[in-house]
Design a protein around this ligand. Structure first.
Ligand SMILES: NCCC[C@H](NC(=O)CCC(=O)O)C(=O)O
Length: 450
């Protein structure tokens, strides 16, 4: 099919899966990560599934971008933690002393770009620029080492400070735990018009009277969400802070995007998603009096919470194909779950803007708890902003072919956590990333290049 590229006002930037993609069980509270710990991974297949997903969205006529992965193994961090000698010795010592620490420094977790940053479109911000704050991801060590390079990559993709404003990550402390766009969504009548940014938090750092989960960690604090909204210059009428239901966090909903997703005038969520659903919906309506909103609530009777979590029904992308006509992009796991599939079969007939459902295979990512929505960072851009975006990072036929060839050349098709100390893997990874920065015209972004 010949893709017809129309600017819809929103671009999706997917994270390219890095060459060290593996299953190390690093994310306590993320049931898929825990469940698949120490399975073999297939980095080549993972990267190709990601590329195919990007291509499929492009085929639907959407603007699709690519974000480069991190340098892994993270030798700089290993050295900061006291491992010394040449690279081979550093890897060997880290492996002998703490395989888990080495695995953390090798995670390809930056593929989940919904956690790369929070992005506020120019229509919402005080200075009329697009604002970016990389997420500090303090709750998980392996993710807390991403934000510096993430910030650098974002500033190379969105370089023009006439249009784009980049903030550093929030202070690296649990009080300001920030997971980026995975806990942020935006409702609006049109991407280019002022919207309402929904910040969902799991606990408060300074107000212990607010409810919090007891089993699994709440990664996002209210204080972090408020800080990001302040930095981005969001007015009170452009932002709303919503408490996530702590009991769902305790059942494995480690980010709000596992249980709710929004696009334009649609909010699609499970009945258990928020602490106080009625008040939440009422407050949203109050702040968007002139927009016809569609709240699509899925009840426990329609889809039990456990099925929603296992299938990632809400970690779907809702994309606008033409005005008032949206598609839901779901992982194939949703088609394999009878109850979820039965619900999705009815969805296009519910008289909402969602008219189509598409299934895509991102199983390599799903096994670590990352569905279609985790893999993408949404950036609403007007035409001038899109024109100011690094064109080498925008997906087209040539880039798709080139990146597939690049993956074929550099990636392994089988990796276990025991392979992570192999100095050849480090060499392969650096060779691949060095070439990638040229393909994507990023300049030097990785510590090994500087
Ligand atoms: N938005 C989806 C994020 C998934 C990610 N998983 C991981 O990091 C698992 C890595 C591992 O266990 O090897 C996380 O939990 O932050």
């Amino acid at each position: 099919m010949t893709p017809c590229i129309k600017v819809q006002g929103e671009a999706n930037f997917d994270g390219l899966v890095g060459p060290t993609h593996n299953y190390a069980g690093l994310s306590y509270g993320n049931v898929a990560s825990q469940h698949n710990a120490h399975e073999h991974s297939n980095p080549k297949q993972a990267a190709k599934q990601g590329l195919q997903k990007m291509q499929s969205l492009r085929d639907l006529g959407l603007v699709q971008g690519v974000l480069a992965p991190q340098e892994r193994p993270d030798m700089l961090t290993l050295r900061r933690l006291g491992f010394s000698g040449n690279d081979t010795q550093v890897l060997e010592k880290a492996y002998r002393e703490s395989p888990a620490l080495l695995a953390a420094c090798c995670s390809a977790s930056s593929m989940w770009t919904a956690n790369a940053a929070t992005v506020s479109p120019s229509a919402d911000t005080q200075d009329g620029r697009v604002h970016f704050t990389p997420a500090n991801l303090t709750n998980k060590f392996h993710r807390s080492i991403e934000h510096e390079v993430t910030g650098r990559i974002l500033s190379r993709v969105f370089a023009d400070d006439q249009y784009f404003c980049h903030h550093p990550a929030l202070p690296a402390n649990d009080a300001f735990g920030d997971e980026g766009a995975a806990n942020h969504t935006r409702l609006c009548a049109d991407y280019g018009k002022p919207g309402l940014e929904l910040f969902v938090y799991g606990r408060s750092a300074f107000d212990s009277s607010l409810p919090a989960p007891t089993r699994y960690p709440a990664r996002q604090t209210l204080e972090a969400s408020r800080a990001v909204a302040r930095l981005h210059g969001l007015a009170d009428h452009s932002s709303i802070f919503i408490a996530q239901n702590p009991t769902v966090i305790d059942q494995g909903v480690f980010h709000n995007d596992v249980i709710a997703v929004g696009n334009q005038n649609v909010l699609f969520y499970h009945q258990a998603a928020f602490l106080d659903t009625q008040t939440t919906l009422h407050n949203i309506r109050q702040k968007m009096p002139s927009t016809t909103l569609h709240f699509i609530e899925v009840s426990e009777a329609q889809v039990p919470l456990a099925d929603a979590i296992n299938s990632y029904l809400f970690n779907t992308q809702i994309v606008t194909l033409k005005p008032g006509h949206m598609a839901l992009i779901a992982p194939t796991e949703c088609a394999e779950n009878a109850r979820v599939k039965a619900y999705l079969d009815t969805l296009p007939d519910l008289n909402t803007p969602i008219k189509e459902v598409h299934f895509i295979d991102v199983k390599q990512s799903m096994r670590n708890g990352g569905g279609p929505a985790c893999l993408r960072l949404r950036v609403a851009l007007n035409e001038a902003e899109l024109a100011a975006t690094n064109p080498a990072c925008l997906m087209n036929e040539a880039l798709f072919t080139r990146l597939n060839r690049w993956v074929d050349l550099h990636y392994r098709d089988r990796l276990s956590v025991n392979d992570l100390r192999d100095p050849t893997l480090l060499h392969e990874s650096r060779t691949a990333l060095d070439e990638l920065t040229q393909i994507l015209q990023l300049g030097t972004v990785y510590p090994f290049q500087r």
